[in-house]
Design a protein around this ligand. Sequence first.
Ligand code: PMP
Length: 417
Amino acid sequence: MPSDSSSPASLPLANLSMSSSPTVDTTNFSRGVLSDALEGVGHTPLVQLSTLAKDQGLACNLIAKVDFLSVGGSTKDRIAKAMVLQAEKDGVLIPGKSVVIEPTSGNTGIGLAMACTLRGYQCIITMPVKMSLEKEATLRSMGAEVIRTPNEKAWNEVGSHIEVAERLCAAIPHAVILNQYTNRQNPLAHYLTTWPEINYSIQTSDLPRKTVDVFFAGAGTGGTIMGVSRGMKEAQTGTDDAAWNSGDHGFVVGVDPVGSILAQNGEGDISGYEVEGIGYDFIPEVLNPISPQIHHWVKSTDAISFEYARKAHKLEGLLVGGSSGSALSSACVWLKDTRPFPLGGYERFGSKKDVNVVILLADGVRNYLSKEWFLQRSTWGKSDLATQIGEILGPRDGEKVEKALPSPPDSDAEKAV
Ligand code: PMP
């Protein structure tokens, strides 16, 4: 547990006092020793994406909330921790006895597996086949059991990840589904941690404006967007609903993949897509897509999501996953769109210097290293430097490795990466 005593902003490099010892800036150091990994959940930084903003021709500040730096690797650590701790308080979970079962796209599962291993519960995760091998291996590595379910099963069909979890829960003694789709701790965790962290970082920044003007997040359960939005509304407009609804004191945009029906409040066509963790074929109870908490929705495609994930890697050195690419691409496309507001956000936000646009980066590419979309984009094409190296070294045995890598993507959007 970190001590409460105020920390000095700098320390001598050597513990022994030596008059010539250089000092180290400790401003962003972690205080004290955490009692376990759960204490390391959250506490993630805001990072300005200046190169991407320039690349996109945007005058506003693009600012990333880098939630893949949470200790379990995603924003969903926050809700897993909150759901487990609350269930313990409520007497729903009994250490050494309870079995936690959860249907998830993987990241909530990883957070739960971490919490379960630390607090003494067995853990079973049900997850559609499309979710990455990395997530399954990570879950198993922390001792969870993983059951894969067919992608094409509707949420309420026999064999879906939700139905299988319910069936297991009914049959296994002391089994509990904490249920991220209905659990109030889900949005609450973002209201109590994600938003306050964003607000604190903005307040203590050197930015001229100390408000969040626009917030972008992909929606799965909707917990992130509902929780952050509630905190943002209270901090920036208090109880003034009219001020909030105007969007002048904070504008919240939800990102939903084509093939999902969250943005259309449950209407429209359901189809498959590759990006993991966002979109659903039903409206989770914790999400109200038409509430004033979400001012606007945009739809995203796989191709542009992966293109912008790669841009984040290459231009900003931020190793984001696919849904972060969805949030980033949607933000950039919308902020560049000159159509009348709210169809486009250029005039009101994208063209304005000092406007702060915060984009939530939910997980990292280390969840997706084996996926074609990542391997293709990171290995095809030759840079000028690679050509120069080839001229210097000539043909090498190592080039055989290159031939084993996936071939380049062929869609036009992807070629533009
Ligand atoms: N991105 C990823 C990678 C996720 O795993 C999730 C959670 N399913 C989200 C975004 C969306 O978060 P939320 O469930 O809070 O809407």
